[in-house]
Write a protein that binds this ligand. Structure first.
Ligand SMILES: *Cc1c(COP(=O)(O)O)cnc(C)c1O
Length: 369
C-alpha cells in the first residue's frame, strides 16, 4: 500500500484538532449513572418548536422522503424576504447557520487571506478558516465584548471577512446599533462584515441593532440567523444568511444545493408564521429563569458575565471540566467553557424553572464536595 496521508492531506488539515461531539443522552446517562438529564449545554428552547412547526413534523408524508427538497428553499426564502422586507434572492438557507459560515469563507478567502474575530466567541468561524488554510486573527476580547478598535487595527490587505457575534456567545454582551454603525463606517465596505445574530430573537434592548435592516446601507454586511435557538428546531438543522444582492450572488456559488431537507424548510416556514405567541412565551420563560439564576448565583457570590441570549456564563472557583462531570452525575448537562477560552467558566442554558432549580441544587451540592 502506498497510501501516504502526509503527502495527500494539507498540513492545516493534519494539524487541525477535530471537535469531538458529546455522546447521545442515553450513553451519557449510563456513563454518569443518572436517570434523567437536563440539557442545559446547547441553548436549545425547552418549549420546543411552535405548534405549527410541530404539526408539520407530525404530518410529514413518509413517501415524500423519496423526493429531493427544494434546492434553494424557495418558499422559505420568499417568507424570510417578506418578513424582513428584502428580496428573497438576498437570502441563502443552509444546513444550520454553521453551514453558511463555510459558504462565506469559501466565497471570499483563498490561501494567504485572513479573517478577523475575537478569541472568546463561537468557535466555528475560527475552525472553518483554520481547516481551510486561512489565517484566523483572534483579537482578544475587551470588557467581555468584541474590541472594535482592536479588530480594525488588525485589518490588512489580505483581510477578507470580519466575524462578529451579536449578542456574543458565550459572554452575552452585545454591540449597540451606534457601535456597529461606527465599525461599518470605519471599514467603509473594504471587507465583508458578518454579524451572527443566532440569538437575535431573544434580545429586547432598544439599542440592539437588527442587522438585516442595515444591509441596504452597508452592501458588505452579511447577517446570520438560525432556527435552532428561539424557534426550537435545532435537530432539523436550518439557518440562513442575508446580504446585499451582489454579495449574496457571490456566496451562492459556493453553496451545496439540497443540503437543507424538506421537513426543515417547511417547519421553518411555520416558525415564521407562528401566531401563538411562542416567542413571547419563550422570552417570558427566559426572563424568569435569568433573574432566578442571577439572584441565586449572587447569593453564592458567583459572578456571571452578561445577560443577553438564552444562556448565562458563570465563573467558578475551580475547574469547569470537573464541575461538568460532577453536575452530570446529578443529571445536569452544562457547557464547560475551557474550549471557548474561558477556563473555569460554565455556560448554562436558561430553561424551564424546574431545570433551573435542579441546576442550582446540583451546583450547591458540587460546591460542597
Ligand atoms: C448555535 C449557534 C449557531 C449555529 O446554529 P445552527 O444550529 O448551525 O443554525 C451559530 N452561531 C452562534 C453564535 C450560535 O450560538
Amino acid at each position: 500500500m502506498n497510501l501516504n496521508l502526509d503527502r495527500l492531506v494539507p498540513a492545516y488539515v493534519r494539524e487541525f484538532e477535530p471537535y469531538i461531539p458529546s455522546k447521545p443522552d442515553d450513553e451519557l446517562k449510563k456513563l454518569y449513572g443518572c436517570d434523567h438529564l437536563y440539557r442545559l449545554n446547547n441553548n436549545e428552547n425547552p418549549l420546543g418548536p411552535p405548534p405549527g412547526a410541530q404539526e408539520i413534523i407530525r404530518r410529514f408524508q413518509p413517501p415524500r422522503g423519496a423526493l429531493y427538497p427544494s434546492g434553494d428553499s424557495f418558499y422559505l426564502r420568499r417568507e424570510i424576504g417578506r418578513v424582513n422586507g428584502i428580496d428573497p434572492d438576498q437570502v441563502i438557507v443552509g444546513n444550520g447557520a454553521n453551514e453558511v459560515i463555510a459558504f462565506v469563507v469559501k466565497a471570499f478567502c483563498q490561501q494567504g487571506d485572513n479573517i478577523i474575530t475575537t478569541d472568546k466567541t463561537f468557535a466555528v468561524y475560527e475552525w472553518v478558516a483554520t481547516f481551510s488554510g486561512i489565517e484566523a486573527r483572534l483579537v482578544p476580547i475587551k470588557d467581555e465584548s468584541f474590541d472594535d478598535k482592536g479588530m480594525l487595527a488588525r485589518v490588512d490587505g489580505n483581510t477578507k471577512v470580519l466575524f462578529l457575534c451579536n449578542p456574543n456567545n458565550p459572554s452575552g454582551t452585545y454591540w449597540t446599533k451606534d457601535r456597529l454603525i461606527s465599525f461599518l463606517n470605519a471599514l467603509d465596505g473594504r471587507q465583508i462584515v458578518v454579524v451572527d445574530e443566532a440569538y437575535f430573537e431573544f434580545v429586547e434592548e432598544d439599542d440592539y441593532p437588527n442587522g438585516i435592516s442595515l444591509i441596504r446601507d452597508y452592501p458588505n454586511l452579511v447577517v446570520f440567523r438560525t432556527f435552532s435557538k428561539m424557534y426550537g428546531i435545532a435537530g432539523l438543522r436550518i439557518g440562513y444568511l442575508a446580504a446585499g444582492l451582489p454579495v449574496a450572488d457571490m456566496i451562492r456559488r459556493t453553496c451545496v444545493v439540497y443540503s437543507v431537507n424538506s421537513v426543515a424548510q417547511e417547519a421553518a416556514l411555520a416558525c415564521l408564521r407562528d401566531d401563538t405567541g411562542h416567542i413571547e412565551q419563550t422570552r417570558a420563560l427566559i426572563r424568569e429563569s435569568r433573574s432566578f439564576l442571577r439572584e441565586e448565583l449572587a447569593k453564592l457570590k458567583m459572578p456571571v458575565i452578561a445577560g443577553e441570549g438564552n444562556y448565562l456564563i458563570v465563573k467558578l472557583q475551580g475547574s469547569d471540566t470537573l464541575a461538568y462531570r460532577k453536575l452530570m452525575r446529578e443529571g445536569i448537562m452544562i457547557r464547560p467553557m475551557t474550549g471557548f477560552r474561558y477556563p473555569n467558566h460554565i455556560r448554562v442554558t436558561l430553561a424551564q424553572m424546574e431545570a433551573m432549580e435542579a441546576f442550582m441544587a446540583a451546583l450547591k451540592k458540587t460546591l460542597e464536595t
